[in-house]
Ligand binder design. Structure first.
Ligand code: ATP
Length: 350
């Protein structure tokens, strides 16, 4: 049976990297008995939003839930759209309404030369971050009072629910157990945020006690930021809230060699989930064939594992790694190849 994939190239370089990701999927399907994909192409993004005001179309969520196995997304963001309303509607809309509570972001160094840290190699940088993806400060709860006056007040509330905190922590421990990872680090700011992050502390202790074979430890997020730079080898699995996860994984993207190499999954185990490169639409290089497609390939790999083909993800990772080591890369990594030439090299290695 074919895997039903919704394709959302989105904006800017999303339109360049996603088609390369589809080439990769088609290449694997042609090589693998019984592997097939059925695509639905979606025009969600700035162009359509500017044309007819539609961001996430009506009925889209129900359709994704009933007819689609995975969503493969390029990037959303366009300088012509004030406040990036369309991107928020589409991406946050899917994250919240499909309840994609796991933001799964590996920080894996594939090529030691790409790491900005001194004397660190692939054996030191192999971390998986579980970022909570449906709560925190991203719910928009809060308000402004006396806006634009000297007495202005602005309140941004961070929402933490017992259910939400517990399930992301459990997902991190489950992953550690299934993948032979020895420790889980939880990071918060409980010394300053004494209500919400006290909930994180208690939930972490309780869930951790169900996994006695896995070491658990806690770091305040400021200490985590320092430690990730000083000694990334300390970490195997990290679990944290939505905001801190956003920041820490961008730090991680640099440690692994740049944003062009960072893939991600937005996952609800067992339900339709979304896979995308971490980078944005990069309007500065859009349309020039300079976009690095490797983050998209690594995201495709995560999608294939989610769809039940972990051996294909391993093959993609190996092909990406060999392509990096051969310096067959786009200009931001010091190479001279175009987006589709990099794809050619990866496909040849597959
Ligand atoms: P957003 O606000 O949508 O997250 P942004 O434009 O602020 O995105 P990104 O697009 O993620 O930020 O990236 C910042 C810069 O990094 C880009 O302007 C671009 O120069 C570079 N960049 C990002 N992704 C890639 C890529 N895949 N290949 C090459 N360069 C990239």
């Amino acid at each position: 049976m074919a895997h039903r994939i919704a394709l959302v190239p989105g904006d800017g370089i999303g339109n360049e990297v996603l088609p390369e990701g589809v080439r990769l999927l088609d290449h694997l399907a042609a090589q693998t008995d019984g592997l097939a994909f059925e695509y639905t192409h979606l025009d969600w993004g700035a162009e359509r939003y500017l044309r007819d005001g539609v961001s996430l179309p009506e009925g889209a969520i129900e359709w994704l839930q009933s007819d689609i196995d995975a969503i493969f997304l390029g990037a959303l963001g366009d300088p012509r759209v004030k406040g990036q309303q369309h991107a928020r509607d589409i991406l946050l809309g899917m994250r919240f309404k499909l309840d994609l509570y796991v933001n799964f972001r590996p920080i894996t160094l594939l090529d030691a030369r790409k790491c900005p840290l001194k004397n660190k190699g692939p054996e030191d940088v192999d971390i998986v971050v579980f970022r909570e993806n449906t709560e925190g400060v991203y719910t928009g709860i809060g308000g402004q009072f006396k806006r634009g006056t000297p007495d202005e007040v602005a309140i941004e509330a961070e929402m933490n629910t017992r259910k939400g905190v517990e399930r992301i922590i459990r997902a991190a421990f489950e992953y550690a157990e299934e993948h032979g990872r020895k420790s889980v680090c939880m990071s918060d700011k409980a010394n300053a945020m004494r209500h919400g992050h006290d909930l994180w502390q208690r939930a972490f202790k309780e869930v951790a006690s169900e996994y006695p074979a896995i070491e658990n430890f806690h770091l305040y997020v400021d200490v985590l930021a320092m430690e990730l730079v000083r000694a990334p080898e300390r970490f195997e699995v990290i679990v944290t809230n939505n905001l801190f996860g956003d920041i820490i994984t961008d730090l991680g993207a640099q440690i692994q060699g740049g944003i062009g190499l960072a893939g991600s999954g937005n996952i609800h185990p067992g339900k339709v989930s979304l896979f995308e490169p971490v980078h944005g639409s990069a309007p500065d290089i859009a349309g020039q064939g300079k976009a690095n497609p490797l983050a998209t390939f690594l995201s495709a790999g995560m999608m294939l594992t989610f769809l039940g083909h972990p051996e294909l993800e391993t093959r993609i990772q190996n092909a990406v790694q060999q392509t990096l080591l051969a310096d067959e890369v786009t200009p931001e990594l010091g190479g001279t190849l175009t987006t589709s030439q990099v794809t050619d090299r990866v496909l040849a290695r597959l």
